[in-house]
Design a protein around this ligand. Sequence first.
Ligand SMILES: Nc1nc2c(ncn2[C@@H]2O[C@H](COP(=O)(O)O[C@H]3[C@@H](O)[C@H](n4cnc5c(=O)[nH]c(N)nc54)O[C@@H]3COP(=O)(O)O)[C@@H](O)[C@H]2O)c(=O)[nH]1
Length: 637
Amino acid sequence: MKPATPRLRPIGSKMVRATMLSAAAALFVASILLTVFQFISLRNALERDLQVQAHIVGSNSTAALMFSDASAQDEILGGLASSPSVVSATMYRSGRVLGRYLRDGIKGTLAAPPPITPDAELVATHKRHNFEYVEVLEPVHANGEVIGQVTIRASLGRLYQRLGTFAVFTLLVALGSFGLSWLLVARMRKAVRLAEEHLHFLAHVDPVTTLPNRHEFNERLAFALDCADRQETSACLLLLDLDNFKIVNDTLGHDSGDVLLKQVAQRLTGTLRSTDIICRLGGDEFVVIVEPPEDSEEPDRVANKILTALSESFMVQGHQLFVSASIGVSVYPQDAEDARSLMRCADTAMYHAKNKGKNGYEIFRPEMEQRAHKRLKLEANLRRALQNDELYLHYQPQIDVRSGRMTGVEVLVRWTCEELGTVSPAEFIPVAEESGVIVSLGRWVLQTACRQAAAWRDAGLLDTIEHVAVNLSACQTRDAGLMDEVAALLEETGLPARLLELEITEGVLMENVHANLELLQKIQAAGIHLSIDDFGTGYSSMSYLKRFPIDQLKIDRSFVSGVPGDGAAIATAIIAMAHSLNLSVVAEGVETEEQMRFLRDAGCDVMQGYYFARPLPADQLTALLTERRLWPTPQQA
Ligand SMILES: Nc1nc2c(ncn2[C@@H]2O[C@H](COP(=O)(O)O[C@H]3[C@@H](O)[C@H](n4cnc5c(=O)[nH]c(N)nc54)O[C@@H]3COP(=O)(O)O)[C@@H](O)[C@H]2O)c(=O)[nH]1
């Protein structure tokens, strides 16, 4: 597979980096501010100490000053030697130096000889400082008059030593906090990274198959079309939908469905070239981008390769499964100008492949879209059909091969559209299903059939008829209110439940086994006859048939048309199996005497088909019922 588009550096890691950098900067600035604050506090404290000392020295020096006792003065000032920061002190009287103290070993500006007269600036401010020292001046009073001044100067050297210790400690605390938060953030970062990776995985990868998902597919398709534009080549899209996957899900469970999807993904990856992009769009839909196709035959080759790869059986939790796929192919730029339209073309082609009988591929052709438009037109007309009274029913007799009597009737809807003319139910029933019109259409068929059957019964025409059979569509089987409606209808028309037969195709039944089992039980409880239509085409098994409360199987027309040739073995097997389960068997689509004879000999109970009668309008069936017609029984034929 082609590599994914380059991943952007995750936002989380950028945020962590930015957060840690700002935290480091904040801690650094805080350490500096704390140190400056500490410096100012220590210096102010030193200044206050000096002022107190100057005051004490001044108070003690009054007598020495008054008597100009220089030696007493030196002694008093010498007492300052015990304050380690004090580097010098001077006593002035009448503008001249009376005594002084100089700390031993102090040189330079700090111990500079004091000025002959007190410093004018200091006299005015009483204190001053710079980054080397702090100096204070204290006037000495006697009898209320200033008789002299004391100045003391202290070095900031010791303060700087303490400040250094404080700064180192602050820095260590800051570094420790930073290291701790780094560790915490690193752990958090790891958790965030894992979450980011998981989110990225979920956003771009399908968790079941680990193939790129729809989101990633959109990006890669856009990229592929871009490349095709730049290099003036083409790109080919194959949309693949597994046939009957729902049956696997419903019968074996979703876990088995997931295992199957995984195996399909592995098979596709193992079959296609590493440059082909394989994605899962969701459900049972996969898509392959071939870019650029080698030649115009490439789409056919790839589609055939996929179908061949999938034709081998899969082993899923002990079950051997056969899976086929319907593939729609579209090519850029010849079919569409952008990714969205290209996808729509592949989708249209895929639906054609499905309608053609599945397990195949179709390359998009523009007329396919015309068919899609025709379908839309059909749908629009169908929506008006009920109001316009364009629908009506035909009834096809079912003949008991032992007595030759008509014992049942199948109700078949017909539509003559004002705009489109007569449309076959084979064409409009699927459209009605897809568009939801089937809900009202099915309700109308049930009502009309029950009313007609009740009218025949009231006229005493149903004495040999066991059931009037109405087809149920897939949508109707999913309608939770269906059985209430049927019960109300039987009540309203007075038709006994035993006279009504509901036909559900085997395919619909197997679409959702569990929900349908519940429906079948309700039908049985209501006393309504139950028949499985198109039997042999829907992949049910003996074990299911045993569990379902059914009365009858209808052998699909495709097998009947194959007797006494290809379909013979299947038809015979169905009859034998049905009888072993105490179910009666109806063969539908019997067209020839040969078919009738074969099925009679195989033990088929009831037959229906053009050989006996076509589906007829109500009045013609009324005539047959009134006549109480007997068909030649097989034994007599
Ligand atoms: N949900 C509903 N489905 C309905 C209803 N009415 C019809 N249908 C389904 O549409 C499909 C086509 O039906 P139709 O064109 O009516 O074909 C039926 C018969 O006319 C036809 N038939 C009967 N005998 C023969 C025969 O000898 N040869 C031959 N070539 N065709 C024959 O078979 C169709 C009956 O099929 P089935 O229902 O499977 O018994 C069809 O699937 C209908 O079921 C409706 O009201 N609701």
